[in-house]
Design a binder for this molecule. Sequence first.
Ligand code: HEM
Length: 419
Amino acid sequence: MSMSHVDFLQPFEMISRLMERGPDQHGSRKVILINDPVDVQTVMHSPSIVRSEAMRTLAGDGLIFSDGDKWRERRRSMQPSFPPADPDRHVGEVDWAVAGLVSRLEDFADGPDTFQLLDEMLRFTTRLIYRVAFGIELEVDHETGPMLIRFFDAAARTSMAFIDAQSPLDISAMRTFQSARKELDLEIESIIERGRRTGVGEDHVLGVLLRMVSGESGFTEEDVQDEIRTLLLAGAETTSNVLTWLFLLLDAHPNVRSEIESELDVDSESELLQASILETLRLFPPVWFISRQAIAPVTVSECTFDEGDWAFICTYLVQRNPDYWNEPNSFLPGRFAKGFKLPHRYSWFPFGGGRHLCLGKALGELESFESARSIMKSFRLVRADSEPLPPRIGLVLKPLHDVPMRVERRTSGDDSART
Ligand code: HEM
C-alpha cells in the first residue's frame, strides 16, 4: 500500500495548529477552543451558550444557524417531516435516488473511464434532498451540485476569518461569495415557484414552509428562502462527504473492504459496513466544528466565558482525542462492533447533540448505508490515482481535490482486493 493512500488519515495540520494556539482574540471577544468531550457536553447543554451570529450573516437565519424562540418554532414545524422515531420514513425516496446512482456507475463499470467521487456522491445526495424536501425529481445527470458547491466553498472561504482571527480578510472571496449567493438565490426562488405551481403537499417540508407563510405565524418569504438554503447545505454536502471518505478509507484498507463484500454476498446486512460508516464519521465528521456564543458569563472547566465570547467545538479533534480513543488516527471499524459502548457521550457526536441534534440524522444514516450497500453489492470502487489527499477545511471537511475512481464489477465470492 503506498503512503499516499493513507496520508489523509493523519491529523490535518491546520486544525491542530488552531487548537494548539489556545484561546484567541477576535476584537474584544475571546474564542475558546474546546477539545474534550466533558467540556463539549457543558457547552452544548448550557442555557447561557447559544448559536453564534457568524454564519447567519452569510447564509441567513435558517434552522441550522438560528436559536431561541425563532429556532424553537421552526424546529417544531419542520420536525414532523423528519421523524426520528420513524427511520424508514424516506425509504422509497432513498431507493429511488440510490437506483439513479447505481445506474450512473453502471456506465463506468469495467470500462477505461473514471468518475469523480465527490461530484458523483454530491449528485446523488442533491437529488435525494430535492425529492425528499421539495418533491422535485431532478434528472439523474443534473448539474445542480456544482452550483451548490460554488456557494458552499465561497461561504467557507469567507467564514475563515470568523474561525481563524489570524487569517487575512479575503476580499476576492467575498466577491465570489456574493455572486455565488445570487446564483443560489435564483435557484431557491425557482424551487419556491415550482412548489407553489404544483401545489406541493405537506408530506414534503417545502409544503409545510409554504403553508406557514400563508398562515398567521409571521413567517415570511425570506424565512422560506433561509430554510431552503439550510436544507441544501445540511442535506447535500454532509452525506456526500461521508460517502467520499468511506470509499477512500475502504480503498486504503482493502482487507476491510473484502470482508464487507463477503458479508454482503451472504446477507443484505453488513455489520462491518455499518461499523465502517460510524468509524468514517469519527475520523472525518463532515461538520468538523460547531460554534457557539455566550449570552451570559459562564465557566467551562477552567475557562471563563464572558458575554459575547465564542466556543469553537472542534468535533474533528474531540473524536480523535487520545484520552478516549486507542490509535485515534487509525481506521479501525472493529471498535464499533455490535454492542459497542462509547467512552463518553460526546466522544463521538458527528450529528451534534442537545436541542440542536441534527434534524436529518435518520435520513443521513439511511442514505449513507443504503447507497454504500447497493454500490458494494455490485461494484468495487478503486482509486485511479495515487495523489496525496490534502484536506480542505471549509464548512464541511472534504478532500482538497476530487478523486478519480474506477468501477470494477463484482461477482459473488470475488476476493481479489488490491493489497
Ligand atoms: C451524515 C450526514 C449528516 C451529518 C454528519 C450532519 C451533522 C449535523 C450536525 C453536527 C448538526 C448540529 C449543528 C449544531 O449543533 O450547530 C446538524 C444539524 C442539522 N442538520 Fe444535519 N447532518 C447530516 C445530514 C443532514 C441531512 C440529510 C439533513 C436534511 C434534512 C440535515 C439537516 C440538519 C438541520 C436542519 C440541522 C439544524 C438542526 C437544529 O438546529 O435544530 N442534516 N447536522
